[in-house]
Design a protein around this ligand. Structure first.
Ligand code: EPZ
Length: 434
């Protein structure tokens, strides 16, 4: 078991380079199944979700080989459908993309129910609705927790139009995966707009798919008979970028966040500026520091291009750091249970009242160090921000959540002056990272 130990209160200065986007890497890795050929994927983040996704493909019989620190060669020519080990599938949410990819290529998918962060109910009814609209039969075996999707006779799905009842990233991508090799044209209406949907569509198009409209409400996929291999670089992680933007302001330092697409963080930039934080945009970077005075702000998280739900815990820490008694409202518009981290922040002196999906956050000026847990991925990184901004020492447990999504976080933070260590927990601490 590992723990992060932070001595906070130091402003951070310097430059942090953003890694490839976790939420684009996972669908693109599973989309290589559809290519049935050799693909070279570049700019992969070194995070456990990527390692698990690659382990799943390897277990299914794919050839997977790193040819550089962030570049991997994947050849899915000889994979076995239905061969994904349940224990690996349960380690990550994005393993549900195996359903669309296997169904599209083999006409049949057998996949265990996925894992991931506990954010309340996480149904996949819209994924299933999409597969069914393309002619598949979908059965969920509750006793083995397995989902089996089967294409109509002949083994090929048939394009049709699918209207999504809720805006969902996962279902939009999964239906796109299923549809690229279908017969005829599929139209996804009320599709989600997130940049990783566009990135997945761009990857598939570079393999010979015919997808248009990704990034809008309506995505059109003209089915093709076969895809081919490609070389493709994953876009930068907008949530990692946003996390470090908040870190700069929270520690009252100045950070240049490089290798990002500023447009992808526009909603974060807008809200930080409203709070009195300066965000200077470069071509592929932003530089962030506090202005003269911090202001209150109210935020509701929404699907892209709204303020991202995956930045909810991080912005909450910033709200806590406002002057005493300054009140902000943070409303969660995507997940039913995103505020589990509040109890942890309270251990550090935060003053937050949660009522359903709404939190009233009262500024306390400064937090103090405490022993806390990473209750999920973004909650965990919020504890890192809080710990670095707080006075005294913070110890964060259950950091495997953070390691699922933040590439090299301890080293990146040390490089900008953070007093942070990763230790293994035994009778006495052993430092394993310096
Ligand atoms: C993706 O989850 C991300 N995960 C999440 O990031 C992110 O919070 C979320 O999108 C929203 O941006 C991955 O990419 C692996 P959704 P996903 O389908 O695709 C409801 C992180 O920290 N819904 O867009 O599972 C659902 O309950 C993680 O990186 C249905 O009702 O989310 C939710 O309220 C956490 N039926 C809303 O839609 C469905 O069939 C959005 O979910 C599917 C979803």
């Amino acid at each position: 078991m590992e723990r992060i130990i932070i001595t906070g209160g130091k402003p951070l200065y310097g430059e942090i380079s953003v890694s490839g986007f976790k939420n684009a890497a996972a669908p693109i890795i599973f989309a290589t199944i559809l290519a049935q050929d050799k693909c070279v994927i570049e700019n992969l983040p070194d995070i456990s979700d990527v390692r698990v996704a690659l382990d799943i493909l390897t277990a299914m019989g794919a050839y997977v080989k790193y040819t550089g620190d962030t570049t991997v060669e994947i050849d899915t020519t000889n994979i076995n459908p239905g061969g994904a080990p349940v224990e690996l599938v349960r380690k990550m949410r994005a393993s549900y993309y195996l359903l669309g990819a296997e169904l599209g290529r083999f006409g049949k998918a057998t996949v265990g129910t996925p894992g991931g962060c506990d954010l309340g109910e996480r149904p996949i009814d819209q994924h299933i609705k999409g597969f069914e609209a393309l002619g598949a039969t979908v059965e969920v075996d509750e006793s083995t927790n397995t989902i089996v999707a089967t294409a109509p006779e002949g083994g090929r799905l048939i394009g049709d139009s699918v209207y999504l009842d809720v805006v969902t990233v996962g279902a939009t991508i999964n239906i796109m995966l299923a549809a690229v090799l279908a017969e005829g044209t599929t139209v996804i209406e009320n599709a989600a707009h997130e940049p990783h949907i566009v990135d997945t569509a761009n990857f598939l198009n570079s393999c010979g798919a015919e997808i248009s409209g990704a990034g809008t409400d309506s995505i059109r996929i003209r089915g093709v008979k076969r895809l081919h291999g490609t070389t493709y670089a994953i876009i930068p992680d907008m949530i990692e970028a946003g996390t470090y933007m908040i870190l700069a302001a929270a520690t009252n330092g100045k950070l240049k966040i490089s290798n990002l697409i500023p447009k992808h963080v526009e909603s974060i930039t807008a809200k930080l500026e409203e709070m009195g934080i300066i965000v200077e945009e470069g071509d592929e970077s932003v530089t962030v520091y506090r202005g003269e005075k911090l202001n209150k702000v109210n935020i509701k998280t929404l699907p892209y291009p709204g303020f991202p739900t995956d930045m909810n815990p991080q912005i909450c820490v910033m709200m806590c750091l406002l002057d005493n008694h300054t009140k902000c409202t943070l409303t969660e518009g995507v997940w039913e249970n995103r505020f589990r981290y509040v109890e942890e922040l309270k251990r550090m002196g935060a003053c937050i009242t949660v009522n359903g999906r709404r939190a009233e956050v009262e500024g306390v000026g400064r937090l103090h160090g405490a022993k806390v847990r990473a209750v999920d991925l973004r909650a965990g990184v919020a504890m890192v921000i809080a710990g670095l901004a707080a006075s005294g020492q913070t110890e964060i447990d259950e950091i495997f959540h953070i390691q699922r999504g933040y590439d090299n976080i301890v080293e990146k933070l040390k490089s900008v002056g953070a007093d942070i260590d990763l230790v293994t927990i035994s009778d006495s601490y052993t430092k394993i990272s310096d």
